[in-house]
Design a protein around this ligand. Structure first.
Ligand code: ADP
Ligand code: MG
Length: 267
């Protein structure tokens, strides 16, 4: 296993030591007899843009759900800014994998974007003008403001993805977890999502993204998590995207290595 991402919490110029954004320790998660994740430990510092890569069924979504506290692990802990994930509220925003939500009830794009504000309101409180203003702002950022009055079910998959992104933005969370936001989207959506990720990073947010495309992984992320049930590597793309390591994880996907060799020869 290769790993360089684990550092002690950095001391800021204020002198106050901040705990890391996400700390996963000895995490094992099972749905059945075979664990989906086995003994995974990693520490993600605040302000990083991190990609999770690995083949289908390698536990990427499971790791993300564990980071959200949606899944109770067999063994191990997840800490968000030093606190048990079960106790945190609103600090982690989530954009689920496409198709995870089936919109067959009527709700507009504006309403979905504003849903990010519910973590700031009690369930009996209505959203306020200010909440809708923030939703509007987020829709501009993802370039979906022209669609604000549309039913979400009428949009393309890529457009829906951007609206979910807007919902995550209105939540103004410190950590954003996105499960395959780039899967099957058009170029405009890919660009819009990338711009938002860059903005978030510049605002000091921590962003973790499940990513399926090795060709763009180095360009998009500061750090990569390479997963196949166990953690095979965690560090800068240069370190993770090496043929030996990928060979251990993506058995038989020789095309990947051919491509990397080609890029290496060019660069
Ligand atoms: P990935 O996101 O990398 O494709 P997942 O985390 O979704 O992988 O799944 C990891 C493993 O756990 C797979 O073998 C998958 O079939 C299994 N799994 C995921 N979710 C469930 C579930 N709700 N019930 C049973 N098995 C599941
Ligand atoms: Mg998945």
């Amino acid at each position: 296993m290769i790993q360089s991402g684990q550092h002690k919490p950095q001391t800021r110029s204020t002198g106050a030591a901040r705990p890391p954004a996400i700390e996963v320790e000895d995490l094992t998660v099972s749905y059945g007899p075979v664990p989906a994740l086995l003994d995974v430990s990693l520490t993600i510092e605040e302000g990083k843009l991190v990609g999770i890569i690995g083949p289908n069924g390698s536990g990427k979504s499971t790791l993300m759900k564990a980071m959200l506290g949606f899944i109770k692990p067999d063994v191990g802990t997840v800490k968000i800014f030093g606190s048990d994930v079960a106790g945190i509220k609103g600090r982690v925003a989530y954009v689920p994998q496409r198709g995870a939500v089936d919109w067959d009830f009527p709700i507009t794009v504006r309403e979905v974007a504003a849903m990010g504000r519910y973590s700031y309101r009690r369930w009996w409180q209505d959203l306020k003008q200010q909440d809708y203003a923030l939703a509007e702002e987020a829709l501009v950022k993802v370039r979906m403001s022209d669609f604000a009055d549309r039913q979400i079910g009428q949009l393309s998959g890529g457009q829906q993805q951007r609206v979910f992104m807007a919902r995550a933005l209105t939540q103004n969370a410190d950590i954003l977890l996105l499960d395959e936001p780039f899967a099957g989207v058009d170029a405009a959506t890919e660009r819009a999502i990338l711009d938002v990720l860059e903005d978030l990073k510049n605002d000091g947010k921590t962003v973790v993204v499940v990513h399926h495309d090795l060709a763009t992984a180095a360009e998009y992320f500061d750090l990569l998590i390479l997963l196949k049930q166990r953690l095979f590597g965690f560090g800068p793309p240069k370190m993770i995207l090496n043929p030996k390591l990928l060979g251990d994880v993506y058995e038989g996907t020789l095309r990947v290595f051919a491509e990397l060799e080609r890029q290496g020869a060019e660069g």
